[in-house]
Design a protein around this ligand. Structure first.
Ligand code: DX5
Ligand code: ZN
Length: 228
């Protein structure tokens, strides 16, 4: 089986105490820290959001990097991912996952840049996007190394897991037995078994981890389910 990576979503953390929240999650057994990056982009001189929310950018990643050695799994919900590759690389991001919906024309360039800046490339897809759309990104000279299947509409933590997305995970796992497949949105003790059985091995969990009085117990439960 593919190795489990449990990635608490720092979107549910106390942003005013990000360094200590990160340290706490690592001490609780987190493999990765999931960083949700949502910014306003400029598209043809218009300002545009990929999602209706704003969170953090490269300056915060750079600050956090000074306090932790943890793998920072950055999920970019922006319209122009290429604009942020250089600054996130310099800030110390580890993984750079961009959305396929906004990268149909330039994904090859985006992937090349990500690798050049020393990060690991991943591609994400929204619930309405068919899994076939990421296949080209898994072939050829410069494939992405992870696929993030969104299991809620991106934008906010605390939403309900969409079970239909497991068909995408299953299809992808059959085709790519060794690929890192990440699920993001609504994962927790009540949904993990379904996601793990479908073949997901990288598990993002925000509200279920941070909202529990014993986050370490939730992290270990998620891991046990993936390793089953
Ligand atoms: C949503 C983000 C998620 C979010 C998940 O756009 O991509 O990472 O933090 O939060 P939960 O686990 O609470 O659904
Ligand atoms: Zn995310």
């Amino acid at each position: 089986a593919v190795e489990a990576k449990i990635a608490p979503s720092m979107l549910s953390s106390d942003f005013a105490n990000l360094a200590s929240e990160a340290e706490r999650m690592v001490s609780f057994g987190a493999d990765w820290l999931h960083m949700d990056i949502m910014i306003i982009d400029t598209v043809d001189f218009y300002l545009w959001h990929f999602v209706p929310n704003l969170t953090i950018g490269a300056p915060v990643i750079a600050s956090l990097r000074k306090h932790t050695k943890a793998y920072l799994d950055c999920h970019l919900m922006v319209t122009n991912p290429l604009d942020y590759v250089d600054q996130l690389g310099k800030a110390g991001a580890s993984g750079f996952t961009f959305h396929v919906e906004v990268s149909k024309d330039n994904w090859q360039e985006v992937v090349k840049e990500i690798k050049l800046k020393g990060m690991r490339p991943g591609v994400a897809l929204k619930p309405g996007t068919p899994i076939e759309d990421v296949y080209p990104l898994l072939e050829g000279e410069n494939p992405v190394e992870m696929v993030l299947v969104m299991t809620v509409e991106p934008g906010f933590g605390g939403q309900k897991f969409i079970p239909d997305m497991m068909n995408k995970v299953r299809t992808l796992r059959e085709k790519y037995p060794k690929l890192d497949i990440e699920v993001d949105g609504g994962l927790g003790p009540s949904t993990i078994d379904e996601a793990a059985a479908a073949g997901a091995n990288c598990i993002v969990a925000g509200s279920s981890v941070f909202g529990d009085p014993e986050p370490a117990r939730v992290i270990s439960l998620l891991r046990t389910s993936v390793n089953k």
